[in-house]
Design a protein around this ligand. Structure first.
Ligand SMILES: Nc1ncnc2c1ncn2[C@@H]1O[C@H](COP(=O)(O)OP(=O)(O)OP(=O)(O)O)[C@@H](O)[C@H]1O
Ligand SMILES: [Mg+2]
Length: 243
């Protein structure tokens, strides 16, 4: 695959905390426009993988490429400016600020690439999230969990990223609200952004992705098209709890 066609590449990444490795040689490639979901047991290193990919955690070794360029040494803010934005698993909005202020921070924190005007970008993002248009003046902390998750994703989309990383967007949501949120994730993916998703709800996660990665104990146990993962009885029994 030519490097031009790749959105995000991890090459033999070892990473952890305090020098103790959690990821033991993880490699994966996201093509431009691909939707990839990472699944795996609690504590298997999914969030660690994402934090390393977005630049919050410096790998012990290995390489990370964004749109064909080596970004291993770049901080998260610099990777964001180059088109990789991220919604963390927890604490992903400013709860004491309004929805509009959250979106403005999402826009301004990252110096607009190519002079994206706020108003125009706001309209584009609200087209993906019509549900939050009536809530622009509401304090984010007063929203429901599902609405907060939408605001977090909308803020991450404000700088018009090429790659969006979402860590467990459905965490803490009711099954119905998780379904609704995933309808929006489908909308986001259809808008053309390359998507790296972590999701515990394997049915929803695999349903939103082209390809799946099963991470177990900090290693890629399986990487395959989601259709193959869902069709394979053994894989389902071993990794998906029969889901
Ligand atoms: N900041 C940290 N400092 C030290 N150890 C950490 C830190 N964050 C995570 N870990 C450890 O790294 C391992 C992997 O954690 P990680 O959060 O990446 O797992 P996960 O697959 O995202 O789990 P979950 O499904 O529960 O979100 C765990 O053993 C965890 O205790
Ligand atoms: Mg996690």
């Amino acid at each position: 695959m030519s490097e031009d066609a790749t959105g995000l590449v991890l090459r033999d990444v070892h990473a952890g905390y305090g020098g103790q490795p959690i990821l033991h040689g993880v490699s994966m490639t996201l093509r431009k426009g691909e939707r990839k979901v990472v699944i795996g047991p609690n504590g298997s290193g999914k969030s660690t993988l994402m934090k390393t990919a977005v630049g919050l955690l410096r790998p012990l070794s290995g390489q990370i490429l964004l749109n064909g360029q080596d970004v291993t040494a770049l901080r998260a803010s610099e990777r964001a400016r180059r088109g990789l934005t991220y919604v963390p698993q927890e604490a992903n909005v400013f709860r004491n600020m309004s929805v509009l202020e959250n979106l403005r921070i999402g826009h301004e924190f990252i110096a607009p690439r190519g002079g994206l005007a706020f108003a125009g970008r706001l309209e584009e993002v609200l087209r993906l999230f019509p549900e939050i248009r009536p809530k622009l003046g509401t304090t984010a902390g007063h929203l429901s969990g599902g609405q907060r998750q939408m605001v977090a994703m909308a803020a991450a989309l404000m700088p018009d990223p090429t790659v969006l990383a979402l860590d467990e967007p459905s965490a803490g949501l009711s099954p119905r609200n998780a379904e609704l949120l995933f309808e929006i994730i489908h909308r986001i993916a259809d808008s053309g952004v390359t998507l790296l998703l972590i999701e515990q709800n394997t049915r929803l996660g695999l349903g939103a992705a082209d390809n799946g990665v099963v991470l177990v104990a900090g290693q890629v146990r399986l990487a395959a098209p989601t259709a193959d993962i869902l069709a394979n009885e053994n894989i389902r029994r071993l990794y998906l709890g029969g889901a």
